[in-house]
Write a protein that binds this ligand. Sequence first.
Ligand code: KG4
Ligand code: ZN
Length: 352
Amino acid sequence: MLLLGFESSCDETGVALVETDGGTVPASSALPRLLAHALHSQVAMHQAYGGVVPELASRDHIRRVLPLSDAVLAEAGRTLQQVDVVAFTRGPGLAGALLVGAGVACALGASLGVPVLGIHHLEGHLLSPFLSADPPEFPFVALLVSGGHTQLMRVDAVGRYEMLGETIDDAAGEAFDKSAKLLGLGYPGGPALSKLAEQGRADAFRLPRPLMHGHGLDFSFAGLKTAVLTQAKKLGPELEARKADLAASTQAAIVEVLVKKSLAALDQTGLQRLVVAGGVGANRELRAQLNVACAKRGVRVHYPELHLCTDNGAMIAMAAAMRIQSGLAVPAKAYSFDVRPRWPLDAIDTPA
Ligand code: KG4
Ligand code: ZN
């Protein structure tokens, strides 16, 4: 079965082709295979505004999605007529941006006479490590860290997601982005802040680690940007010379909380496997510290390939393939569509 997947929830247009052997019983030898994927990042376009402009994002998705599809089909040596299922990101995300992917997927599905399937963006992130050379096995604890979400989940199988804890305010990616903005590092802030942090001392400034001790497995990152702002103001003209130290200290605060809570989730569930997914999962310091902490406990830790940590079409096509394989989704030849800009992952199977 050949699946074409579209991702258009925010500021990246992603298209991918994934193939399965058919059948509905997932065995790791029969994991879906990624044949080709292509991505267009809108970062350069939004940079001038210091963040994502939703209307510009939608218009750019419209411009990119079909040329990217042609490129992916050509790279895989397949034709549109060979596609069996078209998948798209149904939510959560920017409504206008989601509508582009949904509209194009349904139009293509209707013209080809093949079924379409709407996919939860976070399920895509969650299952993206199954595209890596070292795929996980169920069950596992998942740390989902993106620009909009920070969640710890217990994952027993495809579609069986139990929320263990989540942020009560900002997401970890937001903490990176907002702190980076305060330091004048532009958008998107996460990669810029972590790059600068490599030249700084992580113990230079003691920044707060809210909810680190206690409060179960919930997170809170909103206070961090205020602490970074206060510290930056205190430094005054000295800030320029100490920026790398402040970046390193900010990253250390975020990473320490994420590592501590992930370990607590492993303790609470008794599971021996951790999966990290979402854009912040690309952070080198987070990976280094999780690797050390998990090795000490004999816990296996899995990540998506670095280039599949941030938004992409491969994870959407993959999630569609795995949902179909596990019998959870039956794609339909029904081409009216809606999108779900707000959509909790643990409500994935509840009607809109
Ligand atoms: O998963 P993603 O691409 O989009 C959402 O679904 O939100 O995540 C984007 C987030 C942004 O906040 C970005 O700053 C952060 O991931 N990010 C990073 C790194 N790469 C991306 N944060 C820290 N270090 C990185 N290397
Ligand atoms: Zn994402």
